[in-house]
Write a protein that binds this ligand. Structure first.
Ligand code: MG
Length: 159
């Protein structure tokens, strides 16, 4: 019987003026960016947690502690690749990934396909297995007040 695993990930980062904004492995021109120990790629962090969650391996903070200088300012694509290595070592393949980024501004639509291709390349899967969606929160909550960004992600793994 096929072993099918589902995982869920959720991450939030605060926004602050003058920082780089990196989402789904893509740098986006904006006046604000994510406050973080790494590059603050909240989308990749949620995807990592979904992959780890599918295998019940804890979360991204367990694998890559934010107290470690090794991960200071690190490109989150490197973290995602390392998580994919773990998935492969355990004998699983990524069936598909779906994530939703909640952010009021800027409009993410023009960057979605670049994010999908970037993530697919890092994970070594076809782009049609990677879905990235974006939503505003209708000006409600911390995302709506532009205080932060959140991402939900799910991953399906097959052995
Ligand atoms: Mg994070």
């Amino acid at each position: 019987m096929q072993d099918i695993r589902i995982g869920h990930g959720y991450d939030v980062h605060a926004l602050a003026d003058g920082l780089r904004l990196v989402l789904g492995g893509v740098e986006i021109e904006h006046s604000k960016g994510c406050v973080a120990h790494s590059d603050g790629d909240v989308a990749i962090h949620a995807i990592c947690d979904a992959l780890l969650g599918a295998l019940a391996l804890g979360d991204i903070g367990k694998l890559f502690p934010d107290t470690s200088m090794e991960f200071k300012g690190i490109d989150s694509k490197i973290l995602l690749r390392r998580v994919c290595d773990v998935v492969e070592q355990k004998g699983y393949k990524i069936s598909n990934i779906d994530c939703t980024i909640a952010m009021q501004r800027p409009k993410l639509r023009p960057h979605i396909d670049t994010m999908r291709q970037t993530l697919a390349d890092v994970m070594g899967v076809d782009v049609d297995r990677v879905s990235v969606k974006a939503t505003t929160t209708e000006c409600l909550g911390f995302e709506g007040r532009e205080e932060g960004v959140s991402t939900h992600a799910v991953a399906l793994l097959i052995k």
